[in-house]
Design a protein around this ligand. Structure first.
Ligand SMILES: [Ca+2]
Ligand SMILES: [Ca+2]
Length: 312
């Protein structure tokens, strides 16, 4: 029953038909057997019907989840054909409001994962980017997480065995560092020093993407930009954000000009390669939330690299 191809063509109609069928069976049972005996049969029948409905709702949810994934890939591919920058005025950024569909509803939204700071950008291909590390330290501080944990993370990500503070990483941290990128924020705890509370504090500001990729200056929140680049006056930020509101930046140099201060183009960009699509799919007996992460590399088809479907 789990096959995605099994979605009935008309869920509402077939359900109504089955409900009528069930009522008819119950009526016949009551007449033929008398209420006392029929009651014993109703319980298992009700359980069977609930399972049937649930299976059908699950199939419909799977089908819709696939449709939502396909839709987001199509929107992102279309965007790549028509623009070289990414900003919140584009089609992909428009949320799909809760929409009634046959027997249920769907709502969804694509978000730009590079509107946050990508922790793996601290050491692209195992090579530490010290400007990105400085930005990480600023963001950690703003999030209330000790800045020296950004150094620990940098040592854990970079390929070498030399601790930033000097000496070997094994000696500095009491254990050999993994020397590879992280796949999700939860991994930070395994590096030592980080707590679950630190991860909760960092989560609004950072993410872990499967590859290097800097902060998109067109989509990052004002709060994140201020945290990443401290020491710039409110007036400068206000001017820069007002310009961005009217016309997204075509490159980082343009953004630097608007800000009146140099923004490092080794950490910031004006486009995005990693997106997440979140959808909520609801039927009578099934509520599913779907999260899909997609990678859009220049010149390549948009690819799903992570998929999570769960009961909401
Ligand atoms: Ca775009
Ligand atoms: Ca290392």
């Amino acid at each position: 029953m789990n096959s995605k191809q099994l979605r009935p063509p008309n869920i509402a109609a077939s359900r109504a038909k089955e409900s009528r069928g069930a009522a008819l069976i119950l009526a016949l049972l009551l007449t033929a057997l008398g209420a006392a005996v029929a009651a014993q049969l109703i319980q298992p029948l009700a359980g069977w019907l609930a399972r049937e409905y649930r299976a059908r709702d699950l199939n419909a949810a799977y089908t819709l989840a696939d449709a939502a994934a396909t839709w987001s890939l199509t929107v992102l591919a279309g965007d790549a054909r028509t623009s070289t920058i990414d900003h919140k005025g584009e089609l992909w950024a428009i949320a799909l409001p809760r929409t009634q569909i046959e027997g249920g509803s769907i709502q969804g939204q694509i978000t730009d994962l590079q509107s946050k700071f990508n922790l793996n950008h601290i050491a692209p291909n195992g090579l530490r980017n010290d400007v990105a590390l400085a930005v990480a330290r600023n963001i950690f501080t703003r999030a209330g997480v000790p800045a020296n944990l950004a150094d620990r993370l940098a040592d854990a990500l970079d390929a070498d065995e030399l601790a930033i503070a000097g000496g070997s990483e094994s000696l500095a941290y009491g254990a050999r560092m993994p020397n590879r990128k992280i796949e999700h924020l939860g991994e930070l705890v395994s590096l030592g020093g980080f707590t679950k509370a630190h991860i909760d504090q960092l989560a609004p500001w950072v993410d872990a993407l499967p590859d290097a990729g800097g902060i998109n200056i067109n989509t990052a929140s004002a709060d994140l930009l201020r945290a990443a680049l401290p020491g710039i006056s409110d007036a400068q930020w206000a001017k820069m954000l007002a310009i961005r509101e009217v016309k997204p930046f075509a490159n980082v140099a343009e953004a630097s000009l608007a800000l009146g201060s140099a923004i490092p183009d080794t950490v910031f960009s004006v486009n995005t390669q990693f997106f997440e699509m979140n959808a909520l799919i609801s039927f009578d007996l099934v509520n599913h939330s779907i999260a899909i992460r997609a990678m859009r590399k220049p010149g390549l088809p948009v690819q799903i690299y992570h998929r999570n479907l769960r009961n909401a």
